[in-house]
Structure formats: C-alpha cells, structure tokens
Design a protein around this ligand. Sequence first.
Ligand code: CDT
Length: 321
Amino acid sequence: MTRIITVGAAQLGPIARAESRSQVVERMLSLMHQAKGNGCDMVVFPELALTTFFPRWYFESQEEVDAFFERDMPSVETQPLFDTARKLQLGFYLGYAELIEEQGSLRHFNTSIVVDRNGSIVAKYRKIHLPGHDQHEPWRRFQHLEKRYFETGNLGFTAFRANWGDDAQDAARQGIFGMAICNDRRWSETYRILGLQGVEMILIGYNTPVHNPPAPEHDALSHFHNELVMQSGAYQNGTWVVGVAKAGNEEGVEQIGNSIIVAPSGEIVAACTTTGDELAIARCDLDLCNSYKTTTFNFARHRQPEQYGMIVERKGAIPPP
Ligand code: CDT
C-alpha cells in the first residue's frame, strides 16, 4: 500500500509591521491556490504567520504586545483561510500568537493548528521550547523576547490522526501527524516523543534570524544547523518532516528561508530556494516510514530504556574533577 499525501511548504517572505492581517491572509490564499493547482492535499505555513515577528522588539505596554495576538481562531481576518480550505479541499498548518482566557486568567501562547480539508481545526499545539530572554537586553541589535511574551506550551507533543482523503474511511490518506514550532526543532526530545507515538509526519513552522546575538560564531552555520536537526530528527524516528520559514529581511532583520521537506531516509526531497513567498512541493508516501520503523529504528526491538534509566539515576552530569 502507498499512502501518498502531497504537501506544500508554503514559505512566506518578510511581513512588515505595518502590514495588516488581511494583507497577509491574501498572500497565504494565493499560496493555497497555487498549492491546489499543483495537486497538494495540504500546505504548511510558518510560525507566527499572520504578523511580523514581534518578539524582536521590547514593548513597555502589554496592550502593544497583545495587538499581535489572536483572540479568536478563526477571526474575521482569518476566516478566508478556513473558507478556502473547504472550497479547495486543502488542509493547512498555521502558526499564530494565541491569547486565551483559561482558568480565569489571560494566557499567551505561541501556537499552531492543523485545519482539515473541511475547514475544521483537528489539532492544536503550543510551543514548548521558547528561545531567547525575558528582560530587555539593549546591547542586542534586535531582541528575542519569546520568554517574556509567551508562556511555555501546556499541550505536550501529542501525535494525532488526520485524514486527507475524500471521506473519513479513506485509509489510503490517513496518517499520524505531529506539530512543533521553530526552536522545538533543535531538540531531539521533540522528534522522539512524537516518534514513540508512531508519528509519520511532523509539521514545523519557524522564524530564524541569521544572526544569533549571544553566539555570532554560529551565524554562518544557520542553514547547516536548520537542515541538520530536521534531517536527523526525520531519520532517527522514521518520519517525514516539513519545516517552513518566514524568510528574508523583515524590519531590518535577515531571516533564513531554507524551507525543506525531509523524507524518513533523512534526505531533503523539496526545498525553497528564495527568501520570498514560495511553495515547495513533495509527494510524501507515509508508508516509506515503515522501512525505518520496522528495521534500524524498530523502537520495540532495539531501544533499551531500562539501561537509560541507570544513567538518569546518576542525577545528571559527572561532577568536574
Ligand atoms: N522563533 C524561534 O524559535 N527562533 C529560534 C531562534 C534561536 S537563535 C539560534 C530558532 O531556534 O530558530
């Protein structure tokens, strides 16, 4: 059996601070139409896809911060994405800043959702590995205040079943999916926790500046590290990985593009080549995962978690001499 899902990595070029949600949504709709014209079943948009990457600025007022957040999903501005999904029968992954009242208090998360071909939200994820810092650091050329503006995600790495076929029973188009957001992709736990749930495709949106202020010596390696983590995460867990950037010079900050679709072999099978709005497409056979999940990375047969436990019991690192 082959279970082929045709996926579009729907990279977005820079989004100016002055650009409205509706203007961005227009750009996204154009990518959705292109994707449908090229036979896609779903598209993956970047992290925080609806606005500029606002954690690069320090804001004194919470009101200014909250203006970048979505209180409703869908909202008036994002409803066309859901309507178009239904009209084109095309699913999507969307990253956005979520402001929600939970347990009587207002909470801020860096969130992603998967919407199916009928325009229904089928899964939600809230970013766990928040990078950057929580205080204004004026020495930086630009800030990375995710730890100030977001809370750590509280939904875990939870795999879910999704169906991209014509009807709910169409087993040929069913698969096990997972989500992650940007910095999560650098952590092996992300892939392994989803891998242990049998994930077959991990969807990841990101915004990655080329320049890393605390470690500028990494700048020249930013593409290498981007590919390294997603390729190894795919291979070591026998899963497809779709990584999609918000790219280009956004408000004076250069962001990597390098959106890629990685096969369970670890090979890159499609890639964006610009730093603008661009679609990279791959026909992804979910059954390719089995070749890795039943041999080299047959977890039930080859993992040795009881032995790893002994290392954990040593309570961390070996003390210095
Ligand atoms: N948005 C986000 O998570 N960006 C981080 C920047 C970290 S600097 C290495 C990322 O991991 O790409």
